[in-house]
Design a protein around this ligand. Structure first.
Ligand SMILES: Nc1nc2c(ncn2[C@@H]2O[C@H](COP(=O)(O)OP(=O)(O)OP(=O)(O)O)[C@@H](O)[C@H]2O)c(=O)[nH]1
Ligand SMILES: [Mg+2]
Length: 381
């Protein structure tokens, strides 16, 4: 059960700036080869291929993660293991995440440590990394027919492997000839997205607030991409009624940012969960998305956001689209304390740099993935 949120006055309304920099220290140069006689090294055991699934495990669900530069893609993936840990605190839920190859293990460990110990957001992505994580969990039994006790029904078991790629946002613009954008999507990457089971679209509202007409809107990162995926699938008969067949989670990111959160809170679109976490209730998430688009439209330099909504409506199957208000870093609270509308921003300016402030408590990071898995496996929402 959730309680409607009560608003008071805004606190800090600053917005974190993008921390851009090199993607890390250069790797040490390899030690010079010596002529000393050393026994021939044993060849390393072949690394398990990502597609090697243990018997009894369903095939991985191929997710395509798409969104603008700086839209929150890497932070979303970086917070997934923390989200799994947080979900374990909820009554009736048990979750585990396992990296199934070395690249995925390195990514989740390094990025998670960067968030928790370094208190930093990830740097901008410059290369593609393919990631595979197995997620296993238990959900409380769904509410059933009146008169049947919920406790008599077995909990739902959820097991899936996530196959997803972290890419630079610039790739999704598909403008190979732009000298200001060094990134593009390869043919193989486009095929991978066209044949993915599900797409996760991160819509970054902060990109739209105060955007000038020379800056790319969210819509530009999706429009050519969606049309290109459609063209490819049309050629192989893969469209359904002229639309993409994918399940799509539209995640409106940075939900915790006061510039987004406070107006939504005052518009009474947000509830506070029993555990004290602010959330857009699942049955109001589409309304939240429409509301945020209208807020943006009121002060926008062009009609990009309206075009983005039209794009979703015309190119996707309505029954395959889910909406979420997502925050990868969550809300700050006093240790052991509860959410406080006057002090909830989980990042702060320290020595002229944005730093994460407290515990990371992702909101709607694991949930979109599980919602899609449930629909694919059970054939309904
Ligand atoms: N308030 C808030 N800001 C966030 C959140 N996630 C990301 N950000 C901000 O958005 C910036 C970009 O996040 P990234 O995860 O690197 O974005 P990206 O989509 O991977 O960007 P590229 O790699 O450049 O494509 C961060 O440096 C933060 O300033 C969030 O959950 N809340
Ligand atoms: Mg990134």
């Amino acid at each position: 059960m959730t309680q409607p949120a009560q608003g008071t006055s805004p606190s800090q309304q600053t917005v974190p700036l993008r921390r851009r920099g090199p993607s890390g220290p250069a790797a040490p140069a390899p030690a010079a080869l010596t002529a000393a006689k050393t026994p021939a090294p044993t060849p390393p055991a072949p690394a398990p291929t990502p597609s090697a699934q243990p018997p009894n495990r369903p095939n991985p669900i191929r997710f395509g993660l798409c969104g603008a530069t700086g839209g929150g893609k890497t932070t979303f993936l970086a917070s997934l293991k923390i989200a799994v840990g947080e979900a374990n605190q909820r009554p009736g839920e048990r979750w585990a995440i396992t990296s199934t190859d070395q690249a995925s293990l390195n990514f989740i460990i390094d990025r998670e440590q960067e968030l928790i110990v370094g208190r930093k957001f990830p740097v901008a992505t410059t290369t593609d990394t393919r990631l595979h994580w197995a997620i296993d969990g238990t959900l409380p039994p769904p509410p059933g027919r009146p008169g049947f006790l919920r406790r008599n029904r077995p909990p739902e078991q959820v097991s899936f492997t996530l196959d997803v790629e972290d890419r630079p946002g610039g790739t999704f613009l598909l403008n190979a000839n732009d000298p200001n954008n060094p990134f593009t999507l390869s043919d193989a990457a486009l095929d991978q997205l066209a044949h993915a089971d599900a797409l996760v679209f991160l819509f970054d509202p902060m990109r739209e607030i105060g955007r000038s007409d020379t800056e790319n809107s969210n819509w530009l990162y999706f429009n050519k991409l969606i049309q290109t995926l459609k063209m490819r699938l049309w050629n192989t008969g893969g469209l359904v009624n002229g639309r993409l067949p994918h399940h799509v989670a539209v995640c409106v990111t940075k939900f915790d940012n006061p510039a987004v959160f406070l107006p939504a809170f005052h518009a009474r679109l947000i509830d506070i969960d029993e555990d004290g976490t602010p959330r857009v209730p699942a049955d109001r998430a589409e309304e939240y998305f429409s509301w945020i688009c209208e807020q943006i439209d009121r002060q926008a330099v062009d009609s990009s956001t309206e075009q983005f909504r039209n794009l979703l409506a015309s190119e996707l199957l309505k029954e395959h689209v889910y909406y979420f208000g997502t925050s990868s870093v969550g809300f700050w609270t006093q240790p052991g304390g509860r959410f406080n509308i006057n002090d909830f921003q989980n990042f702060e300016r320290v020595n002229n740099e944005w730093q994460l402030r407290g515990k990371i408590r992702p909101v709607n990071v694991l949930e979109p993935l599980v919602a899609i898995e449930r629909t694919i496996r059970l054939g309904h929402r």
